[in-house]
Design a binder for this molecule. Structure first.
Ligand SMILES: [Zn+2]
Length: 478
């Protein structure tokens, strides 16, 4: 018998009414270059097994990286002991949403194993990119970052599920910094981080973008300050990824909404009485959560409580329509199934609700980015992500960006600098009056979304077509 099933039987005999066990190994290679040298290179694997038990109404979690016989059973006993202890002071009944039994395997489809490529080959490729950036006029620094990740999991639970997954993630980024006109300004190129093999990395046009970001970093040094006050913003997909992450992704995590989670900018204004009626955005705003998205960073097949990954509306026609829901909280909003968003970063972490792959659906009417800008008399076009902050209810927010252009009479009229905008999250999405169509849809994503105590880092994909927002207050950041 599989040793995980063995442990599940042991947990059941020990009094757990639900339990799961997760063997997890995360291997990560990180390569940073600066100018023509390697700045950082590391490779590590974090591997072990975590056990979660529910006894009565108390949860217990324990883990071990010890592979010796008996070590896992000891961890299981500890999880049971902690669960019984928690049960004694449990404030409310735990109701777990049912989930079908899954016996399955899920893998990222890859052609070339990233860990089969020598670090020296990646370094050589990225130094060639750096060299190209450094040829740009007034460039004082070139940087690159490559993160390659492989996560293998074997999961079993008392539902009888037995799930194996093998996930590969590739994260590229290049940076240029220029000094001119008494300013130092940067520009980056971040192709979307993706669950993919090394063939994805090989297919990225770093060289073609190196000269562009070098030139734009220099141009940024000569940019004019922006006018302050309400204006129209046109935002690119990479920029929107951060905005939606902070103002839609985190506020729709049900554990935050219900006050079970307050770490890392707190709770949420999107409370449950608003579900199905609250106007989160204008009628053209649709946010789709999709953990089945091909290549999505949160496309893991199943989450860490044995729930199959799913697709649903978080916001439909502008109305709050869903949350990220774990098995123990689904009943709180009258749902009979969780939606596969409960994930753990490492074997020693208990799974928590995480933002799924989440994207702004493209506009349904044919509309290009050029037409979007051409239809804007005056405003600011922003690309990429910069600084940000948001309050503990995820209402009042401020975002910068990586590059800014003035829009004048429907045309881009030179770069601006030090632009930040302030908004209340739902007022911002309500002010969205146009979204480019699906031809202009692009993905972006995060691998360092922080949540929990102790903090866990999670990855997820976002996406959008460029979109326009009216009457947003812009300020100078300098
Ligand atoms: Zn986050």
């Amino acid at each position: 018998m599989d040793h995980l099933s063995d442990i599940i039987d042991h947990l059941r005999r020990g009094g757990a009414r639900f339990a799961d066990v997760r063997e997890q190994a995360v291997r990560e290679r990180e390569i940073h270059t600066e100018d023509l040298r390697v700045r950082h290179i590391s490779e590590e694997e974090v591997a072990g097994t975590g056990v979660r038990a529910l006894c009565g109404n108390g949860w217990g979690y324990a883990s071990t990286r010890d592979k010796a016989p008996g070590a896992l059973r000891k961890a299981a006993d500890r999880a049971l002991e902690l669960a019984r202890l928690a049960d004694r002071s449990a404030a409310e009944a735990v109701q777990l949403a049912p989930e079908p039994r899954h016996i399955d395997k899920f893998s990222t489809s890859i052609k070339e194993d990233p860990f089969g490529v020598s670090p020296a080959e990646t370094v050589a490729a990225m130094l060639a990119v750096s060299e190209k950036i450094l040829k740009g006029r007034d460039i004082i620094k070139a940087g690159t970052m490559t993160v390659l990740r492989n996560m293998r999991r074997r999961y079993a639970n008392t539902d009888g599920s037995l799930i194996e997954t093998d996930i590969y993630t590739v994260v590229p980024r290049i940076d240029a910094i220029a000094r001119a006109n008494g300013e130092v300004k940067g520009r980056h190129y971040m192709p979307d981080p993706r669950n993919a093999g090394y063939e994805y990395f090989r297919g990225i046009d770093f060289e073609g973008n190196a000269a562009r970001i070098a030139e734009q970093a220099r141009e940024h040094c000569y940019a004019r300050p922006c006018a302050e006050g309400p204006t129209t913003l046109v935002l690119d997909p990479e920029h929107l990824a951060l905005t939606m992450h902070e103002s839609v992704g985190h506020p729709t995590e049900l554990d935050r909404v219900l006050g079970y989670e307050e770490s890392c900018a707190g709770r949420s204004f999107a409370t449950t009485e608003k579900l199905g009626s609250f106007r989160y955005g204008s009628e053209i705003v649709n946010f789709i959560a999709d953990n089945t998205l091909e290549g999505g960073l949160a496309s893991w097949g199943y989450d860490d409580e044995g729930v199959e990954c799913q697709k649903w509306h978080m916001v439909k026609d502008g109305i709050l329509s869903g949350y990220g829901v774990s098995r123990d909280l689904a009943h709180k909003i009258g749902r009979d199934r969780a939606n596969g968003t409960t994930r753990a970063a490492n074997y020693f972490d208990a799974p928590i609700t995480r933002i799924p792959n989440l994207y702004l659906a493209p506009g349904v009417k044919p509309l290009s980015t050029e037409e979007l800008i051409a239809g804007t008399e005056s405003g600011i076009y922003i690309e990429g992500r910069g600084s940000f902050s948001i309050d503990q209810m995820r209402l009042n927010m401020q975002f910068g960006g990586d590059a800014f252009w003035e829009i004048k009479n429907g045309k881009l009229a030179g770069m601006l600098k030090d632009v930040v905008y302030n908004a209340v999250s739902y007022e911002f999405w309500r002010s969205c009056d146009a979204i480019a169509d699906e031809r202009y849809f692009r993905r972006a994503g995060f691998i360092t979304c922080g949540k929990g105590d102790p903090m866990q880092s999670a990855q997820m994909t976002h996406g959008a077509s460029p979109a326009r927002f009216r009457g947003v207050t812009v300020r100078r950041a300098k």
